[in-house]
Design a binder for this molecule. Structure first.
Ligand SMILES: NC(=O)c1ccc[n+]([C@@H]2O[C@H](COP(=O)([O-])OP(=O)(O)OC[C@H]3O[C@@H](n4cnc5c(N)ncnc54)[C@H](O)[C@@H]3O)[C@@H](O)[C@H]2O)c1
Length: 447
């Protein structure tokens, strides 16, 4: 059981994790280099993260303690959780530069206090990093592994929007370790924090690979779904939804990610696939597997571009509306969002782009609208970027609005203008002049 824990890096994973760890009753000492972020967290407790359940974690009478520097933050701790960015490098591997900076400061404290700490890394690492880079790095500072410091690798499997639930109810807990002492300590801690946790204790490289391989299995499933979509796309008597749902009903396969949708996107999946590719290159593993997964993903985006070109050239659409522009619901994060890539493509064709997104703060070249009515009026077609129950009222605005819905979210409505797959677009008819008339009336109403 730990009584004093540090968390370094209070971002999308670190802050909810710190709040979750506080439910253990331990003192949680926090540090983030971004002072503005820390002030915001003190003020609004991460409300901007839109994380379901985060609010409930705040009422356990064990407030986080924020520190001005790493030394003050860690000095009394037994274990240091590190959740800082490990950005992708040009070659696809993850950079450890920020982790090195933190290890430098930890090394200074170890030397000063002569106290050993458990350093628990939660950031995603390139497989091989701990053995080949991080332990040798601390050793060059004159410290002895598993004596002056103990490293653990303990990545979490979380998705933005459900981080709290994923932290509270993990399928299993993955721990990489080379120390029986540190592995026992953290296992004991998790046995008090969770009821019957399933803990997988592995060697470092095994754990680093497992983290990567879980995410790249998900990208594989998404690419497989997109491949099935491709097979079904030209047949108007074949529903990709029904086929994928049926494939997933086989227990060996499972229904998760076995649905039609967009290409994989977001801050984790695309980069993890590139990292796996780099790992294969580094270790001379001849495999086109990560390339193929990525190729299918790129082709899925190209297919969306082809539909847009067709809408422009054949059906003369001049405006396009996104219902959601980020990569998923409940997050301000829009990294690798395929809708943003589509936005740039639409703009290159001189199509006017509008979007409604309740989560994004960032400004984009497309014009943001504040109501479904405005989005509906101004756009020749509306594209559903991700499923969000908040978006449902859109279908009450105008019964005949054209909606491009890869997810089949609106398939059970009375709507007759929903397009799910390529063959559906054969019934597309533009009524631009009607739309323009309505905009004129709308503008008059506003004036
Ligand atoms: N967010 C997720 O859902 C998720 C899921 C799995 C793994 N991860 C991994 O966790 C790590 C962090 O991801 P994130 O999404 O929380 O990133 P993030 O960018 O949201 O947060 C990182 C935080 O670290 C802080 N930071 C940067 N340099 C620092 C330093 N020198 N000292 C102290 N703080 C510093 C930043 O200010 C930021 O607040 C990454 O390796 C990511 O791959 C994230």
């Amino acid at each position: 059981m730990f009584r004093n824990i540090s968390v370094i890096g209070l971002g999308k994973l670190g802050y909810p994790m710190a709040q979750f760890l506080s439910s253990s009753g331990a003192k949680i000492n926090c540090f983030d280099i971004d002072k503005k972020l820390v002030d915001e967290l003190k003020e609004n407790h991460g409300v901007y993260l839109h994380e379901t359940g985060l609010n409930n974690l705040l009422n356990n009478n064990n407030d986080l303690i924020f520190h001005e520097n790493i030394s003050d933050c860690i000095i009394n701790s037994e274990i240091i959780y590190i959740t800082v960015p490990t950005p992708s490098k040009m070659d696809g591997s993850f950079s450890n530069d920020i982790i090195y900076k933190i290890l430098d400061e930890i090394a200074d404290v170890i030397k000063k206090t002569k106290k050993s700490y458990i350093i628990n890394i939660n950031s995603t690492l390139q497989p091989g990093s701990i053995d080949n880079d991080l332990i040798p790095y601390l050793e060059t500072r004159g410290l002895v592994n598993n004596k002056d410091f103990y490293i653990l690798y303990n990545p979490y499997f979380v998705a933005l929007g459900s981080v709290v639930r994923n932290l509270q109810e993990p399928d299993y807990i993955l721990i990489g370790s080379s120390s029986i002492y540190a592995a026992k300590k953290i296992s004991k801690f998790y046995n008090t924090l969770y009821k019957n946790p399933q803990i997988r204790l592995l060697k470092f490289k095994e754990a680093e690979l497992t983290k990567l391989l879980v995410n790249t299995y998900l990208t594989t499933k998404i690419s497989y779904s997109n491949f099935v979509k491709e097979i079904c796309k030209d047949f108007d008597d074949v529903s990709d939804l029904r086929v994928l749902e049926s494939v997933g009903l086989d227990n060996r396969i499972g229904t998760n990610f076995m649905l039609p949708g967009g290409p994989y996107s977001g801050p984790c999946l695309p980069r993890d696939n590139l990292s796996l590719k780099k790992f294969c290159l580094d270790y001379n593993i001849q495999s086109s597997f990560p390339d193929e997964v990525q190729r299918i993903n790129n082709a899925a985006l190209e297919n969306l571009y082809k539909v847009i070109s067709n809408l422009k050239n054949k059906h003369k659409i001049s405006s396009f509306g996104f219902l959601g522009l980020g990569y998923k619901s409940n997050t301000q994060c829009f990294e690798e969002s395929y809708s943003i890539k589509m936005m740039h493509f639409l703009e290159s064709l001189n199509i006017k782009v509008y979007y409604y997104d309740p989560y994004l703060k960032e400004k984009f070249t497309a014009q943001k609208v504040e109501t479904f009515e405005e989005l509906s009026l101004k756009s020749d077609i509306i594209f559903l970027s991700y499923i969000d129950q908040q978006f449902n009222p859109i279908i009450q605005i105008e019964q005949n609005k054209k909606i491009w819905d890869l997810w089949y979210h609106f398939s059970n409505t009375k709507y007759n203008q929903v397009f799910h797959k390529l063959s559906d677009f054969s019934k597309f008819e533009n009524n631009n002049s009607e739309k323009n008339q309505k905009i004129i009336q709308f503008n008059k109403k506003l004036a």
